[in-house]
Design a protein around this ligand. Sequence first.
Ligand SMILES: Nc1nc2c(c(=O)[nH]1)N[C@H]1C(S)=C(S)[C@@H](COP(=O)(O)O)O[C@H]1N2
Ligand SMILES: [Mo]
Length: 172
Amino acid sequence: MLTYGPVPRFDVATWDFRLFGEVEGARRLTYGETRALPQVMVMADFHCVTTWSRLENRWEGVSAAAILDLAQPTSEARHLLIHCDGGYTTNLSMTEFRSAGVLFAHRHDGSDLTPEHGWPLRLVVPHLYAWKSAKWVRAVEFLRQERRGFWEVRGYHNHGDPWLEERYSSQE
Ligand SMILES: Nc1nc2c(c(=O)[nH]1)N[C@H]1C(S)=C(S)[C@@H](COP(=O)(O)O)O[C@H]1N2
Ligand SMILES: [Mo]
């Protein structure tokens, strides 16, 4: 699918990255604090639900594991809702978020992300369809009960595994 809404303007002075909800360690990180978190590198293919794929992407950024260490989700936390600039959201289960290779990237194939592709921070969920890989991420909300995101309420599959071709919610 196409990107929803215009490319947001990035202002380093006001940008923040919030971790909130079912957590012991709610946080509001500045841009500098976010960039100072430990970095990982992940190679992964990227599959849009509308059939195109982009193979062998090299992503660099902060692992989901590092975010979990900071946020300290409570034992009640089962789901996440990712919030983006411009109102886009997407949901994941804690199990999906903990899967290998999930990260909040700021670099792609050796360069900073471009504004169009999510600068300064995008989620990358290599094992699910690309609509879960939210661009311009601003917050991670931990939830007891699932809340569906932008495409998930508009008919796309709640889970979205490309190998199972989980495209539409009519398949759930
Ligand atoms: N914030 C936001 N993130 C988003 C989207 C969007 O509309 N808004 N679209 C998703 C979809 S459907 C796809 S296929 C990928 C496209 O990523 P790209 O623009 O870097 O190729 O971004 C995903 N992340
Ligand atoms: Mo997409």
